[in-house]
Ligand binder design. Structure first.
Ligand code: GUN
Ligand code: ZN
Length: 642
């Protein structure tokens, strides 16, 4: 069973229940070669804190001594590892050395008999240079073998490996067909050659197309990815598990892993590393060490690089800033930068998983930041949901101070009085004054010195926006004083934010007849929206977006048919949710696919009656597939809290 604790992009911090305890993801499994054991499994567990390892059942099976020992004592005792043990099946050997002399049935049976926690099907490794026909045929073999493995896995969990070479449609189809089988973990296979050849751009296509077909409630393992450089990006794309043989392989030929790449000992000028393995050591001393001692030290150094980066990745996921870390990491190699740029082409898919809001500001790290889904979402909503209050717009430029309506209060008032809507050209594109406090507009930090990409793109967006929404545009600086138009900036903002967040139709239902606003005396910010005497919305100071009140939810439910903004729960859950308890995934019957994580959601019963409001913790797809975990954080009582 897998449960999401925290999410960011497609990344998740999860809890994966196995036969040997709960594994927190993302996790990296060091590869243990049972013949060599450069670093003992016990040490991996105790010194480095690895709670899972992967070893090769094919190697064990083909060595009479190891086989006998594994069958007699079981894998955990043989390796002296108390955590989770995953085994591979010999597929990688077939990729390296050609056909292997075993059947799928034999391998699955053997893995079961040595007590592995997670065994692997003998899948067919689809090479990146294969034709589409050959790839498609071999996927059929892998799928048949996976079916066979599911039927005989018993207590053992099983890895169903997604194959498909570099063909995105085949990957997605293979993933989708596996999603319907009784599988526990999905490794994405056949990617080692892509990584060895620095084809990270294609790796992005392969991972995203596989993710599209897979069931979100199962962990995804990126087979053979263990370099710290790729962890942030791969986690962002939704990979939960990784494995590394490189830490030991590289150590064998004097290569040290660092976050920005791998360096040969002979090319290094100094050690310059402060990890627990290297601390106090000079390059000269390391070079003088005996072969075995040096190999062990470098392997330990490599493992520390991995554990450090994995900890950092988790911290960024928890803070909701993984995009930033991935962008930084992808700048350490041009091939990784290609990967990041390629990810922008999957923005539409990524947007479904991107939270509507988060704590803390969004940092711009360079032109590729524009590829984040939050940019796409802002522009799309501006086009579809923004309704101008006037026919004329007055243009201003972002000078770094936010929110704009505070920094430029006098200017905005002057143009509003003259009948213009102030529009600021920002790095997000055009921002009408009334939207300047919503996430991410106000909660973002851009460099003062713009790059050409930003200048060109925001200008193009602004021209298109002004042409489609306004009859006339002037430079705000040239609008004279002395206009006499009456306007209420709070009402304009209150409606514009509602349209941006909930759409035009819902806003018509929420803002009916007489509107009163409660404004904070201290900050001047809108607090509550009261329509016809009913408190329908509360605005959050942090992200400038609304919390939906029960009265507001009732209006939306009467005005717009299901499934709009709804999560319908089963009858059993109704009394609990009505009391303010959270909604768990297993109690959700139906859910609006257009809802995004952290969106306001209306919880309804079987008669489409609103019983509570709350915030989405997952996507609709995830809610459908998970059997555990909070789907909607329900707001109890007054409903003013976020
Ligand atoms: N190890 C690295 N790549 C693969 C793969 O595609 N399949 C299996 N079973 N193991 C791997
Ligand atoms: Zn070191």
């Amino acid at each position: 069973m897998f449960e999401i604790i925290k999410r960011d992009g497609l990344a998740r911090i999860g809890k994966f229940q196995t036969g040997s305890g709960v594994l927190e993801t993302p996790a990296l499994l060091p590869v243990v070669n049972p013949k060599i054991c450069t670093v003992a499994p016990r040490e991996l567990y105790e010194e480095f804190g690895f709670r899972a390892i992967i070893t090769n059942s094919y190697i064990i099976k083909n060595n009479s001594e190891l086989r006998a020992k594994a069958l007699e004592k079981g894998l955990h005792e043989m390796l002296d590892f108390p955590g989770v043990i995953m085994t591979d099946s010999g597929t990688f050997q077939s990729h390296m050395y050609g056909e292997v002399e075993v059947t799928n049935k034999e391998m699955v049976e053997f893995q079961r008999s040595i007590g592995t926690d997670i065994g692997t099907v003998l899948d067919v490794f689809t090479e990146p240079y294969w034709t589409k026909e050959k790839t498609a045929e071999s996927i059929e073999v892998t799928l048949e073998r996976t079916e066979e493995a599911c039927g005989m896995k018993g207590e053992m969990m099983i890895n169903g490996v997604v194959q498909g070479s570099i063909y995105q449609d085949l990957r997605e189809d293979c993933a989708r067909r596996m999603a319907s089988m009784d599988i526990d973990v999905h490794p994405i296979g056949g990617v080692v050659p892509l990584m060895e050849q620095y084809r990270y751009l294609e790796l992005v296509d392969v991972v995203i197309s596989s993710k599209k077909g897979l069931n979100p409630n199962r962990p995804v393992h990126l087979f053979g990815a263990g370099h710290p450089m790729v962890l942030a990006l791969a986690t962002l794309m939704g990979c939960d598990l990784f494995d590394s043989a490189s830490y030991a392989k590289f150590a064998r030929d004097d290569r040290m892993m660092f976050i920005d790449g791998t360096y040969r000992l002979q090319d290094m000028q100094a050690l310059d590393c402060n990890c627990p393995a290297c601390r106090g050591l000079t390059l000269e001393a390391l070079k003088k060490m005996g072969g075995k001692e040096r190999e062990r030290l470098i392997a330990r150094h490599n493992l520390y690089q991995i554990t450090d980066e994995l900890a950092l990745v988790k911290r960024y996921v928890r803070e909701g800033r993984l995009w930033e870390l991935a962008e930084m990491r992808c700048r350490s190699h041009p091939a990784m930068l290609d990967a990041l740029r390629r990810l922008e082409e999957h923005q539409k898919f990524m947007e479904r998983y991107d939270p509507i809001s988060r704590d803390g500001a969004m940092f711009y790290t360079g032109a590729e930041t524009r590829g984040r889904p939050v940019f796409r979402r802002y522009v799309a909503r501006l086009w579809d949901r923004y309704v101008p209050e006037t026919e004329k717009a007055a243009l201003f430029y972002d000078e770094g101070s936010k929110p704009y309506s505070r920094a430029k209060a006098a200017d905005f008032d002057r143009v509003r009085r003259a009948g213009y809507t102030p529009v600021v050209v920002s790095p997000f594109g055009p921002v009408p004054a009334e939207l300047d406090e919503i996430y991410p507009i106000a909660q973002s930090v851009f460099p003062k010195m713009e790059d050409t990409d930003t200048v060109i793109e925001t200008e193009a967006l602004t021209v298109k926006f002004l042409e489609s929404k306004f009859a006339e545009t002037v430079n705000g600086e040239y609008v004279p004083e002395g206009g006499t138009e009456q306007y209420d900036p709070d009402i304009i903002r209150a409606k514009a934010v509602s349209r941006y967040q909930f759409g035009i139709e819902a806003t018509d239902a929420l803002f009916r007849n007489k509107i009163e606003l409660v404004v904070s005396r201290k900050t001047g910010k809108i607090r509550n929206v009261i329509s016809d005497g009913e408190h329908v919305l509360s605005m959050r100071a942090g992200d400038g977006l609304y919390t939906l009140r029960k009265e507001g939810a009732d209006r939306i439910v009467s005005a717009i048919p299901a499934p709009f903004m709804r999560a319908k729960v089963m009858e059993d859950a109704v009394p609990f949710v009505s009391e303010g308890r959270n909604v768990f995934c297993q109690f959700v019957d139906e859910c609006d696919d257009e809802l995004r994580p952290m969106d306001e959601v209306i919880v309804t019963d079987g008669n489409d009656k609103a019983i509570a409001t709350g915030r989405m913790m997952l996507t609709a797809d995830e809610i459908r597939s998970f059997k555990k975990g909070v789907a909607v954080k329900v707001r109890s009582g007054a409903g003013d809290e976020a």
